[in-house]
Write a protein that binds this ligand. Structure first.
Ligand SMILES: [Zn+2]
Length: 367
């Protein structure tokens, strides 16, 4: 954890940040179109994306394309009807559509195409390292094998550095509304097939499914040498964050924004430099906060928390990492220093090698 502490004690000085080279930055044009004039020349920073569900990158166009390829009849008349369903009242209303749309993912090629589409868009957003969650149980339950979903995603990740300049790690995420026995069975399957996963996570419906339900799963993953992360403190209470740290032994918290309700917990998270992978646009779409202006990110930064900006399920929540940065900039006027701090936090909080982190920090400082 020393590297996290170093980041806190010695954040990037503002003077090291070069002037924006907007004309060279991929994806800047799209941001210019939507961002206010003051944000138009903002440089796209190199970042690590640490909180991303690959199934949440399934864009409506690709859903229709895969449905046609696989001979599946969708219950929507067209793209407009499907897009119109992307108005959610809470986490569950999103999850219902999210799982329904997964029906189009049938073959390894489908999973590979979805992953490559994400990587191409992420590269334009400045992502240089991506830790990508996949929900194997969501595919097994509809008759798609572990081999199909894992090998499909992994085949795209295997060439991600060459094809997109993005180093990657695959995270097997487990659905917390299912039993621990189910999760253990799937983890056994992943280990038996020597799946190329580097970590496990915990996602889906949070309230009523506390981290402690998965104590044995995380102990087993730790024994297998996997890194550990879990969603906590999104819709669930701050106490779930404490449980995830103390009972599951996670190194990172996904979301975690409700930590702000517990000053003692904030103090602990700051002292231990625990990474919180915050997803601002997701929080607005799922009504965890009313508007972006109500988001606690500025307060979290001011408190000294180790926060990063991530897109969660970008096809459903209105944007990728660059969109999150652009809209945060519009809502709060984030300083260049804060933007660089968020980017540096994402790199240091990743499970990448020290060598890769050093490369990315160098790229961030170089401009
Ligand atoms: Zn998530």
């Amino acid at each position: 954890m020393d590297n996290y502490r170093d980041t806190a004690a010695d954040p990037l000085p503002e003077t090291e940040l070069p002037e924006a080279a907007a004309s060279e930055a991929p994806g800047t044009e799209a941001s210019e179109a939507e961002a206010p004039e003051a944000e138009a020349a903002v440089r796209i920073l190199p970042v690590a994306e640490l909180h991303l569900h690959i199934e949440g990158t399934l864009q409506p166009e690709l859903i229709f394309e895969l449905a046609e390829r696989n001979g599946i009849t969708l219950p929507y008349s067209g793209l407009d009807e499907l897009r119109g369903l992307y108005e959610f009242t809470d986490l569950q209303s999103f999850l219902d559509l999210y799982y329904a749309n997964m029906a189009v993912l049938q073959t390894e090629q489908d999973f590979a195409d979805m992953t490559r589409a994400y990587l191409a868009r992420a590269a334009a957003a400045g992502v240089r390292h991506a830790e990508i969650m996949m929900d194997p149980q969501a595919h097994l339950s509809r008759g798609v094998s572990l081999e199909t979903c894992v090998n499909g995603v992994a085949s795209a990740l295997a060439t991600s550095v060459k094809d997109f300049g993005i180093s990657t790690m695959l995270i097997a995420a487990f659905l917390r509304d299912l039993s621990e026995e189910s999760a253990l069975e799937v983890l056994d399957g992943l280990l038996a097939m020597n799946a190329p996963i580097g970590a496990i996570g915990l996602d889906s419906a949070e309230v009523g499914n506390p981290p402690s339900k998965f104590e044995r799963l995380f102990a087993k993953a730790r024994q297998a040498g996997l890194r550990l992360t879990a969603h906590a403190g999104e819709e669930g209470p701050a106490s779930y964050i404490i449980e995830a740290l103390d009972v599951l032994g996670v190194e990172r918290i996904d979301h975690g924004i409700r930590c702000m309700e517990d000053p003692d917990l904030v103090e602990r998270l700051v002292a231990d430099r625990i990474p919180l992978t915050v997803c601002p646009l997701s929080n607005v779409r799922l009504r965890v906060v009313d508007t972006l202006a109500d988001h606690p990110l500025p307060a979290m930064l001011a408190a000294g928390l180790n926060v990063s900006v991530n897109s969660d399920d970008p096809a459903y929540f209105g944007g990728y990492v660059d969109d999150n940065f652009a809209q945060l900039g519009a809502a709060f006027g984030l300083s260049e220093f804060d933007r660089a701090r968020l980017a540096a936090n994402s790199i240091h909080s990743s499970f990448a090698s020290d060598e890769r982190k050093a490369e990315l920090v160098d790229e961030l400082n170089r401009g």
